[in-house]
Design a binder for this molecule. Structure first.
Ligand SMILES: Nc1ncnc2c1ncn2[C@@H]1O[C@H](COP(=O)(O)OP(=O)(O)OP(=O)(O)O)[C@@H](O)[C@H]1O
Ligand SMILES: [Mg+2]
Length: 234
């Protein structure tokens, strides 16, 4: 991992974002420049309302910035449309702050839905789904529907769903918020292994100071501005 890599996985330059337009516009991100190397595991923290989810949604191409540059895993997100936009999104693993699972699907089916977008031999995909759910402590719960699962179990299903297709870039918004410390460690280890063994770039929002030490980078956002960006050296 080279901090000043020529080909960063995420490169933001002078990025600003406002909700609404004209007199009612509310600017929430101000002139953010940030670069993450492939395989880097970065944690973003900051007070509620500081713009963390908004920043993730820009990187995930769910919104478009009004100004600044935004390049992610080889795509310029500015003019991204149609098939290229679709192709970009398929390389992402998005773990949302509000992880909505479809009530009618079992844990296994929820994760399977994500692999349906990426055709491959069924048996291999199914083995991977089982291995991932088992690693996340849901081996006995694969055939349960959301209403039969606890909040933390649902959250782990959503994490498996986001990771099963081996995304190049993982964007995670408070993925451990509903988890006890044992499951938090399991999820963090999984994300760290993806980053360090597979070269997956991980940008994770969390307020949980217990997990900061897992990350290679600690980025703090305050009032829509980059307040600090610390790289761990060990
Ligand atoms: N759809 C929206 N329309 C208008 N303003 C919004 C919208 N979504 C978020 N905001 C505002 O943008 C600011 C940043 O919100 P954001 O959700 O990015 O914060 P956050 O850092 O993720 O907070 P939290 O830690 O509570 O999740 C907040 O002031 C919020 O009120
Ligand atoms: Mg948020």
């Amino acid at each position: 991992m080279t901090p000043d890599s020529q080909n960063p996985a995420i490169a933001l330059e002078g990025l600003s974002y406002a909700f609404g337009a004209g007199e009612t516009a509310k600017q929430v991100l101000f002139d953010i420049s940030l670069s993450l190397a492939p395989g880097e595991f970065a944690i973003m923290t900051g007070p509620s309302g500081s713009g963390k989810t908004t920043l993730l949604s820009l990187v995930g191409a769910l919104r478009r910035p009004q100004s600044g540059k935004l390049n992610c895993i080889g795509h310029d997100l500015h003019g991204l449309e149609g098939a290229e936009l679709e192709g970009y999104r398929q390389q992402l693993g998005f773990i949302f702050q509000l992880h909505n699972l479809f009530p009618a699907l079992t844990a296994f089916q929820s994760v399977q839905m994500a692999t349906d977008l990426h055709p491959e031999p069924g048996a291999e995909a199914n083995d991977r789904i089982r291995a991932l759910l088992t690693r996340l402590g849901l081996g006995e719960r694969m055939d349960y529907r959301p209403h039969q699962l606890s909040g933390g179990q649902r959250q782990r299903v959503a994490i498996a769903r986001a990771l099963v297709h081996r995304p190049a870039l993982v964007l995670a918004d408070e993925p451990t918020a509903a988890l006890d410390s044992e499951n938090t460690q399991i999820v963090l280890q999984l994300l760290a292994d993806l980053a360090h063994e597979r070269g997956t770039t991980v940008l994770m929002v969390t307020q949980d100071s217990r997990v900061f030490e897992s990350a290679d980078r600690l980025i703090n956002l305050v009032d829509g501005r980059l307040d600090s960006d610390v790289r761990r050296t060990d």
